[in-house]
Ligand binder design. Sequence first.
Ligand code: KIV
Length: 273
Amino acid sequence: MSIHKQTKAKKVTTHVLQAMKSRGEKIAMLTAYDYSMARILDAGGVDVLLVGDSASNVMAGFETTLPITLDHMIYHAASVVRAVDRALVVVDLPFGSYQGDSKLALKSSIRIMKESGGHAVKLEGGQEIGESIRRILKAGIPVMGHLGLTPQSIYKFGTYTVRAKEEAEAEKLIEDALYLQECGCFSIVLEKIPAELAKKVSEQLVIPTIGIGGGGDCDGQVLVTHDMLGITKDFHPRFLRRYVELFEVIQNATEAYISDVKSGDFPNDQEQY
Ligand code: KIV
């Protein structure tokens, strides 16, 4: 039996992810926001499902991740949790639910755990949100970090371009990664940073790194599912691999259905009572 088959058989926990890093098995993570898609991804054997605040863009059509609320995230996360047999479900704490107030961060995390049944939370940032991370961890809630491009800070950065290309920012990112590990985070997402830097961080850390635009030496990879499936159309970053062009597949099916309805071909004699 392959290593992949063995891993597929049991529920994924934070300890399983740690063991995967230890034996050099890559971690596959995708985003999910609803029951039907989460069922398919879980059946496909994905290790981690991230209920990302990218739901703000993908599901709600907002330009940034800032507008999505804690109530929205809990609704999406509960739908995903109901679908999943095997994957670890990590839920993003949305903008405004944890920054600058560690008691609020804990309250938001407890709501996510209690009301959605999610297995862990993810927060964007390093030492500046350390107090929030430590308070959440003390309550027994697993935390995934997120460094590099952190979309909740888009108005500070001004663009979605690659982060930490300069030495000072790269050094700060390494310090932050070590800090998050020392706090007790079980994993860290590294978004859109140079592959060399992501490799260095992944080698220095004991906990697994999950890259999105961080190159092949991260311990795992994550993509936004709607990008990977070609449902979103006008987004072509270098790091994205599309495995299917579902926009066209669904559009063609829609056109065929409309044509059948208009022509009277649907429903036929077998498709009625
Ligand atoms: O919200 C999200 O989808 C994310 C991933 C891009 C890592 O945070």
